[in-house]
Design a protein around this ligand. Structure first.
Ligand code: HEC
Ligand code: HEC
Length: 319
């Protein structure tokens, strides 16, 4: 991690720069005799670039007191979800298995970038989502809450959301709001001419992934049921409704972050192919499926993932 820069007055974000630019423009208009001295070029606000990635604060700066306690609880829920919100977890995953480095890593859907992005409309559920709505969906799909003890994500208003949001807000300390931060979400890989192919991906998987995630994508489980390496498919992984079950999302995540510790070493083609391989294996059912797999495929999987398709003689999504 790079050290966060110490706050410099007048240089801590776009908002201040914009206010500065407006103030400078007003001065030019009103105090005409000073024009000759205000000859520094004033950048129009829309040319002000956020080029450097935002750096969240160091962990050691989490404050003492009730706010700090909530931030620390939120961090623990995020990094060891089954130990701290276990009744809502229906698989072997933890939030930070996908949101790497405890939600700090750019291009692994970091939580500082997410925090300033809500409330916002989401096409996936067709309404404006609060941060609580958004977290709820990762419980429902990525953490497979339907198979958990509670059988559902935490109820609205639960302390799990309060603590997670305290942690995210703290991670975003000093982040400008009102525009997307660089490093948010996953990278968007351009489509490659040959398209993606699970058969080619199987070769990438055997060579670059199986040593950690296992030949059957099962991950490495500890005796207590937690995982040292998370499962990529099967009953203990994310379900068919999850973002990671979409090949484009998985390819973007894998390209920037896998093999673990060696992000950006696969070619785009390898990332697409291995994502297609991972996402064409069976996993827990899509909680939105109320009738047949085919009906759910038409309604929720029109964007071309493998749900409802026949692979190795079996229709995916039916288990
Ligand atoms: C299997 C991987 C996976 C796991 C586990 C997971 N998520 Fe996510 N999460 C995703 C994906 C994929 C996205 C969408 C990323 C994007 O914007 O491209 C996402 C998005 C989010 C967002 C919105 C990000 C943004 O910038 O809008 C939040 C908030 C979030 N997850 C919170 C959580 C929390 C809290 C947990 C644990 C309870 C969790 N996630 C577990 C894969 C996962
Ligand atoms: C050196 C071991 C290692 C290798 C090799 C590796 N991974 Fe991972 N992978 C991990 C670890 C560890 C995590 C969880 C990271 C964390 O919790 O900080 C992870 C997380 C993931 C996740 C998100 C969590 C989940 O279970 O869905 C995906 C997807 C993934 N890896 C795919 C791959 C693919 C594809 C390859 C091969 C190109 C690969 N990994 C190679 C160790 C590895």
């Amino acid at each position: 991690m790079t050290e966060p820069l110490p706050p410099t007055p007048g240089d801590d974000g776009d908002a201040q720069r914009i206010i500065f630019a407006i103030t400078a423009a007003l001065l030019i208009l009103v105090v005409t005799y000073k024009v000759g001295q205000s000859d520094a070029p004033v950048q129009p606000p829309d040319e002000v670039a956020m080029d450097a990635a935002f750096s969240p604060p160091e962990e050691s700066t989490i404050p003492a007191g009730p706010d700090g306690d909530a931030i620390r609880r939120g961090r623990l829920i995020f990094t060891t979800t089954s130990a701290h919100a276990g009744q809502y977890v229906g698989n072997g995953l933890t939030c930070s298995n996908c949101h790497l480095d405890a939600g700090r890593k750019a291009d692994a859907s970091p939580m500082w970038a997410a925090w300033v992005g809500y409330p916002a409309y989401r096409a996936k559920n067709g309404r404006v989502n609060t941060m609580e709505d958004r977290i709820r969906e990762c419980f429902l799909y990525s953490m497979n809450a339907p198979a958990s003890k509670a059988g559902t994500p935490p109820p609205y208003g639960d302390d799990v959301y309060r603590d997670l949001q305290s942690y995210f807000a703290w991670l975003a300390t000093g982040a400008p709001s009102g525009k997307p931060l660089s490093g948010r979400g996953f990278v968007k890989l351009a489509v490659t001419p040959p398209g993606h192919d699970p058969a080619r991906g199987a070769t990438v998987f055997a060579g670059q992934c199986a040593s950690c995630h296992g030949a059957n994508g099962q991950g490495q489980a500890n005796p207590d049921g937690s995982y040292t390496i998370p499962p990529l498919w099967g009953t203990r992984s994310f379900n068919w409704g999850a973002g990671m079950a979409g090949v484009a999302s998985a390819a973007g995540f894998i390209k920037a972050n896998m093999p673990y510790g060696q992000g950006n070493t696969l070619t785009d083609q390898q990332a697409w192919d291995v994502a297609a391989y991972v996402d064409s294996r069976e996993r827990p059912r899509d909680p939105r499926q109320t009738a047949t797999v085919d009906a759910a495929r038409k309604k929720y999987h029109a964007k071309g993932d493998y749900y409802g398709q026949k692979i190795d003689g079996k229709v995916l999504g039916g288990s």
